[in-house]
Each structure stands twice: as structure tokens, then as C-alpha cells.
Design a protein around this ligand. Structure first.
Ligand SMILES: [Zn+2]
Length: 97
């Protein structure tokens, strides 16, 4: 459900757009929070950025491999592959959950 905030803003000369502090505070968005921009049907949607699985895009992150995030299912698929032990030993695969 979309809620009108009553704020109307324009882009500045450098093309920047400010989300009002009250809105950021309401949503728990800090100054350092990465945000991701989506576009659909002439609308812009901005969400807090969360790491996604490199292979399927899932947000259910299970492992990090050389700064690559991997979800539970892809991790399971990887474990079943013949290369898993090589990857685990050679690259120090880190299990986070
Ligand atoms: Zn995945």
C-alpha cells in the first residue's frame, strides 16, 4: 500500500533528489544505508539494498564466497557438485548461517 507523505521535491542542478529526513527516520534509513532503485510502469521504487544470491537473486543468504553471496539452495547445489571441497579448501568458504 502506498501512502502519500505530502512531500513534493524536485531534482537539484546536479540531478540529486533528497528524501526528507522525517521519511528516512520513519523507515529506519541511515545516511550510509545503501538503497536500490526499481522502475515499473512510470513509477520509481526505492528499497533498502540487501545482498542477494549471485546465482539466483534470493535474499536468503547462506554463505559468502570471495565476496560473492550465495543462498541456501544454491549453496546446497554447490555442495553437491564435485568442486565443493576444492572451493571450500582453496578459497576458505565462509558459512554464515
Ligand atoms: Zn541462489
Amino acid at each position: 500500500m502506498m501512502i502519500a507523505t505530502g512531500y513534493v521535491r524536485t531534482f537539484d542542478k546536479l540531478g540529486r533528489f533528497v528524501i526528507p529526513k522525517k521519511t528516512r527516520k520513519l523507515l529506519g534509513i541511515s545516511k550510509l544505508q545503501p538503497l536500490e532503485i526499481f522502475v515499473k510502469d512510470q513509477q520509481i521504487r526505492i528499497e533498502k539494498y540487501t545482498e542477494k544470491c549471485k546465482f539466483c537473486g534470493s535474499k536468503n543468504i547462506q554463505e559468502i564466497f570471495k565476496k560473492v553471496y550465495i543462498c541456501k539452495k544454491c549453496s546446497s547445489d554447490l555442495r553437491r557438485s564435485d568442486n565443493y571441497e576444492i572451493l571450500k579448501n582453496d578459497f576458505n568458504l565462509k558459512i554464515i548461517k
